[in-house]
Design a binder for this molecule. Structure first.
Ligand SMILES: [Zn+2]
Length: 99
């Protein structure tokens, strides 16, 4: 599975930015809905490099936040456990898809 450079959900085109690390608060990734950007961290604030699988799951995690926002769900109602579980499964589907 290749993490895309950009994708569109509803009227918004999101760009994916790869950054070294995310802090305040520490995170694997971050959706910036104002700037239509998803940032993906390469490593933790403690310099621990994230494996590709983690970055793929984080991509889907943030993309699902973008989907739910597009569907009209306020961010405070997004269920992080549900999004984590679903992002792992979508990543698995994408990484095992046979064409
Ligand atoms: Zn989240």
């Amino acid at each position: 599975m290749i993490i895309p450079r950009a994708f569109t959900v509803g009227p918004r085109r999101f760009e994916i930015k790869h950054v070294q690390a995310l802090d305040r608060p520490p995170a694997f990734g971050r959706l910036d809905i104002t700037n239509n950007t998803i940032k993906l961290a390469a490593k933790s604030i403690f310099e621990q490099r994230y494996p590709l699988k983690q970055r793929r799951e984080t991509f889907w995690h943030e993309a699902l936040h973008a989907c739910l926002h597009d569907m009209g769900m306020p961010f405070e109602k997004h269920d992080e456990d549900f999004i984590n579980a679903l992002s792992k499964r979508i990543t698995q589907i994408c990484c095992t898809a046979e064409v």
